[in-house]
Design a protein around this ligand. Structure first.
Ligand SMILES: Cc1cc2nc3c(=O)[nH]c(=O)nc-3n(C[C@H](O)[C@H](O)[C@H](O)COP(=O)(O)OP(=O)(O)OC[C@H]3O[C@@H](n4cnc5c(N)ncnc54)[C@H](O)[C@@H]3O)c2cc1C
Length: 603
């Protein structure tokens, strides 16, 4: 197949916050930029789904973001300590420092765009956090990009999936992409590429669009980069019913007393209560509220796991202690709260008063599960957001290192802070880099188009369903040796079979063909994640093992890394450096104990 060619200094892959901020910053360095996005800019990836809050430390909120009321008690030091301890100490302290120092500068830039766009952001001074919606956030990004496009060259390519990085002599020099509607192949020639493709979500119950398929992580691996921490996936309470709202994180929002006044009782499907710890040592505060996600994962997860074979990933939020009117009133409050950003009475596309009536009818219960929200692992970068491959940079959720084993600070601040620096450093790099001719274009086109040319073979969509089912059963929020080993065997055999994928029917809007790219990427990420989880015979952050409940800092204070050599996965270990803060080397009997001693006591 013929390729169209697009030439720019820098190709940015991804149109969420990391991609847009990188593009703007690279353009300000004088680089010409092409930005390619699998969906729409500011309307794709995890960004669109966001729960809607993000922040920085209090003094910075005052100094950089014009918030005079911001609590001055929540200092940079406190935020840094929170990052290090919540990462269960395996995070990269230099990247964590970068988050603290550069986050406010990125937000300063971002709030300029907010003012220009007229979108509504509400600030909570005590928590030092802003609330908004994914739509508002996306509109702000589009405004920031448009403003910059008036002054410099940033060409946008929406509905364009990048399928492979192109290389010359060990350097990245562009990427191969396809227009998802027409099937046209595009060669993006660039002196540097910034990956801003978000994370990987291999579970059937997830909180995002279907585009979080680890494309950037897998492409980086194939181009020679290293990844780490792939066993850590974040889970939160997620709607299962009503079916039209499946995947929404509304149930998690409903655990927050400032948004929803009723206290849910969680039960398994037999009505047995899953007890959330009430001891004061587990009490979270405004600045540690996200730790609740991990406690919920741990305590509810254990109850669901016990009856997994019978019920799978399902449990109830039960409001039977309340009257019908109390339930209606509570939903009215959350509806009023959302009114700033969504249509009256709605949260995204969910009619909140209708949901209240459904709950009342359903014995006052809401059917939920633990859905996959975020992936902590990804491409290894340094503080300039360079990978180990010359010409390749990465920013946002596609990277690893800031959050280690658990993200308790904000992904939104992360993506903007990373984008700020990645754009600048890539912009600097291309000033002296040459435009190279890729040596692997033909080979990569052949791999991409092979399924199109096969009349019979494995269906990529069926393979993707199988992959999700494998991860659901063996790699979910509560893990054990037997299930992990089975999942590993199954994912290896699935991945080996993908060479036989077939997507006949032509290149125009061929869903099977698109999925042949996606499943190859997601399977590589999942295999590495499962293998790392199998090796990690302890519990740490979002990696919870029923057979190894201890947090064993003596034996497991490291990250599992992976890279590719001649197509095979090579595993290794990397140890955190105590650059600014000592590393904890205690052993804790279980994760709740560790959370109370090392995270909640610290914050
Ligand atoms: C339901 C939900 C709620 C959340 N709520 C919050 C919150 O309240 N606060 C917070 O701080 N964080 C929140 N997060 C996390 C936050 O949304 C992410 O950390 C953030 O969106 C990551 O930004 P990013 O730019 O790195 O990636 P994304 O926003 O995921 O963007 C990735 C981009 O890459 C594109 N892409 C992917 N693959 C390709 C490819 N092959 N070719 C071309 N383009 C590609 C996608 O289409 C998309 O444009 C939430 C996440 C979810 C799922």
């Amino acid at each position: 197949m013929q390729c169209k060619t697009i030439v720019s200094d820098i190709l940015v892959v991804g149109g969420g916050g990391a991609g847009v901020m990188s593009s703007v910053m690279a353009a300000r360095e004088g680089a010409t930029v092409a930005i390619a996005v699998k969906g729409k800019i500011g309307k794709s990836g995890n960004l669109m789904m966001l729960g809607g809050s993000f922040g920085v430390d209090g003094p910075s909120a005052r100094e950089y973001c014009n918030e005079p009321e911001a609590s001055q008690e929540y200092t940079k030091e406190a935020l840094f300590d929170k990052l290090v301890s919540s990462a269960f100490y395996i995070g990269d302290q230099k990247l964590q420092k970068h988050f603290v120092e550069e986050g406010p500068k990125a937000l300063k830039e971002f709030f300029q765009w907010v003012r220009d766009s007229g979108q509504k952001f509400l600030f909570n001074p005590k928590a030092c956090r802003w609330r908004t919606s994914g739509t508002a956030f996306g509109n702000v990004l589009k405004k920031g990009l448009r403003n910059q496009q008036k002054e410099t060259v940033i060409d946008t390519y929406e509905d364009t999936m990048i399928t492979e990085l192109l290389t010359c002599d060990g350097k990245v020099c562009g990427a191969l992409g396809m227009n998802m509607y027409t099937g046209e192949l595009i060669e993006f020639k660039a002196k540097a590429v910034i990956l801003a493709t978000g994370g990987y979500q291999p579970m059937p119950l997830k909180n995002t669009f279907s585009d979080m398929t680890g494309d950037g992580i897998a492409m980086a691996l194939r181009a020679g980069a290293e990844v780490k921490d792939m066993e850590y996936l974040l889970f939160i309470p997620t709607l299962i019913e009503p079916a039209y709202a499946k995947g929404s994180i509304l149930p998690f929002q409903m655990t927050m007393p400032n948004l929803f006044p009723l206290k849910q009782k969680a039960t398994d499907l037999d009505g047995v209560e899953l007890i959330y710890p009430q001891d004061s040592k587990y009490k979270t505060t405004a600045s540690s509220s996200k730790v609740k996600k991990l406690l919920i994962h741990y305590v509810y997860g254990e109850g669901i796991y016990k009856k997994w074979d019978k019920y799978g990933n399902r449990f109830y939020f039960d409001y039977s202690d309340y009257t019908d009117d109390e339930i209606r009133e509570a939903f009215r409050i959350i509806a009023d709260n959302m009114e700033h950003w969504y249509k009256k009475g709605m949260y995204h596309h969910i009619d909140l008063m209708d949901l209240a009536e459904r709950i009342i009818k359903n014995d006052k219960r809401l059917l939920v599960g633990l859905g996959n929200e975020y992936s902590m692992g990804g491409v290894v970068v340094d503080e300039t957001f360079a990978t180990r491959v010359p010409g390749l940079y990465a920013a946002g959720e596609v990277t690893s290192g800031v959050f280690g084993a658990f993200r308790s600070a904000d992904g939104l601040t992360e993506m903007l802070a990373h984008g700020l620096t990645a754009g600048k450093t890539a912009g600097e790099y291309v000033k002296s880099a040459a435009q190279l001719e890729p040596e692997d274009l033909d080979e990569k086109v052949a791999v991409l188009t092979a399924p199109l040319n096969r009349s019979k073979g494995i269906s990529p969509i069926e393979a993707l369903n199988k992959l999700e089912s494998i991860c659901d059963k063996g790699f979910n929020f509560f893990r054990d040796e037997e299930r992990l080993v089975k999942a590993y065997e199954e994912i290896c055999s699935l991945r080996a079979s993908l060479d036989q994928m077939a997507a006949p029917g032509g290149a125009v809007y061929n869903l099977e063909w698109m999925n042949s790219v996606i499943v190859r990427n997601l399977a590589l990420c999942a295999e590495i994640g499962i293998y790392s989880a199998m090796q990690r015979k302890e519990t740490r952050g979002c990696h919870v093992r029923s057979d190894y409940p201890q947090v064993n800092n003596k034996e497991y204070m490291f990250s599992y890394t992976a890279s590719l050599k001649d197509g095979d996965i090579n595993y290794g270990k990397s140890y955190p450096e105590a650059v600014y803060m000592p590393i904890d080397n205690n052993i804790y009997p279980n994760i709740a104990e560790c959370i109370s001693k090392t995270i909640l006591e610290v914050i």
